[in-house]
Design a protein around this ligand. Structure first.
Ligand code: EQ3
Length: 322
C-alpha cells in the first residue's frame, strides 16, 4: 500500500497526550488587544526573573531596524497604536512589514521593543492600564506550564501577530538574502546515540540538524517527504522543508534520549523518539520535551516526520502503543 501523509500523521497518535499549549493560547486569543499586550508584558517580565532570551545579533536586528526607528520617533499614543495594530493583525503598513518578517526576526523585533520599554523609550502598557481578571487568569494558566511550554506560548503568540501576508506574494520589504546565523550555544553533539534506535536515517537526521547541515538532513527525505512542526500542517517536498529549516531550525540542540521502532509488513518502519531540544534563544537554560514520529519507507528514506511538544516530562517515557 502506498504511504500517504494523511495516514503517516496518525502513527503513534494513541501514545500522545493533549498538550496544554493550544489551550493556553485559546485563552489568550479571547483577551482584548490591550489585555493581550499586557499579558505578554507581564508573562515576559515574570519569566525574565529566571530566564532571558539571548540578545539577537546585529544582523538580525538590522532586518527590523527601519520599523524600530519609525516607532521610536512616534508619540506615546502612536506607539501604543502600532502595538495594538500588530496584536489585532490590522492591515497597516507597519503591520504588513511585520507580517513579512521571518519567525526569528519577529522575535528579535519584540525583544528590542521590550528593551526599549524597560528603558522607558517606548510605552510599556497603555497609560492607566489595570490588569483585568482575564489577564490574571491566563497568567495563572501560564504559570502552571513548564518553561519550554511557556516560551512556546510566547513564541506562537508573537508569530501570529501582524497582518497575514500569506496571500500577498513576495514581500516588497527588504529581506536578507539568507537568514542570519545563530551562534551555537553549546558544543555540537556529534555522535548520536538513542536507546532503542539504530535506524541510520533517524541518527543521520539528528546528526545533520545538530550541525545546521540542512542539505544533508534533506537528502535523507523522499522527494515527496514531509515535516510537520509542532501545532502546524505538514510542510511537503524537499524544497519547502529546506526553506523552513533555514529559517527556523538554525542553532537548535537536539538531544534525543530513547525510542521505539516497529517494522511494518511492507518493510516501512514507524519510529517514535523522545528527548529534549534547546533553542538558541534560551540556550542550555530551557529544555523543551518533544517527540519525533518518523515514517521511514522500505528504502530507508524519511517519508514523514512530525515534531510534537510533549504534555509533561512523564510523556518522555510514553513510547508504547496500548
Ligand atoms: C515586549 C513584550 C514583552 C510586551 C509586548 O506587549 C508584547 C510582546 C510580544 C513582548 C515581547 C515578547 C518577546 C520578546 C518574546 C520572546 C520570545 C522568544 C524569544 C521565544 C522563543 C521560543 C523558541 C521556541 C519555543 C523554539 C522551539 C523550537 C522547536 C521545538 C524546534 C523543533 C524542530 C525540530 C526538533 C526538528 O527536528 C525539525 C525542525 C523544528 C524547528 C520543527
Amino acid at each position: 500500500m502506498a504511504l500517504t501523509i494523511q495516514s503517516a500523521q496518525t502513527i503513534f497518535s494513541n501514545t500522545q497526550l493533549p498538550s496544554p499549549i493550544p489551550a493556553t493560547i485559546a485563552l489568550f486569543d479571547q483577551l482584548n488587544v490591550d489585555d493581550q499586550l499586557a499579558y505578554l508584558w507581564y508573562a515576559y517580565t515574570e519569566m525574565g526573573k529566571t530566564i532571558t532570551p539571548a540578545a539577537p545579533g546585529v544582523a538580525r536586528l538590522q532586518l527590523a531596524e527601519s520599523l524600530l526607528t519609525q516607532i521610536k520617533q512616534m508619540s506615546r499614543e502612536d506607539q501604543t497604536k502600532v502595538m495594538r495594530d500588530l496584536a489585532s493583525r490590522a492591515d497597516t503598513p507597519i503591520s504588513r512589514s511585520y507580517g513579512f518578517f521571518s519567525v526569528n526576526t519577529k522575535l528579535a523585533f519584540w525583544f528590542e521593543l521590550g528593551e526599549l520599554m524597560k528603558q522607558g523609550i517606548i510605552t510599556p502598557v497603555p497609560v492607566g492600564y489595570q490588569m483585568s481578571p482575564g489577564v490574571k487568569f491566563v497568567l495563572e494558566a501560564t504559570q502552571k506550564l513548564d518553561q519550554g511550554q511557556q516560551i512556546t506560548v510566547l513564541r506562537n503568540t508573537v508569530v501570529d501577530m501582524g497582518f497575514d501576508t500569506s496571500d500577498l506574494g513576495p514581500s516588497s520589504y527588504p529581506k536578507a538574502a539568507t537568514e542570519p546565523a545563530f551562534q551555537r550555544t553549546s558544543p555540537v553533539i556529534s555522535s548520536v546515540k538513542i536507546d532503542g534506535i539504530t535506524e541510520p536515517a533517524v541518527l543521520g537526521y539528528i546528526e545533520a540538524m545538530n550541525a545546521d547541515k540542512f542539505d544533508d538532513a534533506i537528502a535523507l527525505f523522499t522527494t515527496d517527504g514531509a515535516l510537520q512542526p509542532p501545532f502546524q500542517k505538514p510542510i511537503i517536498g524537499r524544497e519547502a522543508i529546506a526553506k523552513y529549516m533555514r529559517e527556523e531550525a538554525q542553532g537548535l540542540n537536539m538531544m534525543p534520549q530513547q525510542g521505539i521502532c516497529e517494522v511494518q509488513p511492507d518493510g516501512s518502519k514507524q519510529l517514535k523518539v523522545t528527548g529534549v531540544v534547546q533553542t538558541p534563544w534560551f540556550g542550555v537554560t530551557v529544555g523543551m520535551n518533544i517527540s519525533w514520529r518518523f515514517l521511514i519507507n522500505p528504502d530507508g528514506k524519511i517519508f514523514f516526520v512530525a515534531i510534537d511538544m510533549l504534555a509533561s516530562p512523564q510523556e518522555l517515557m510514553n513510547l508504547r502503543r496500548v
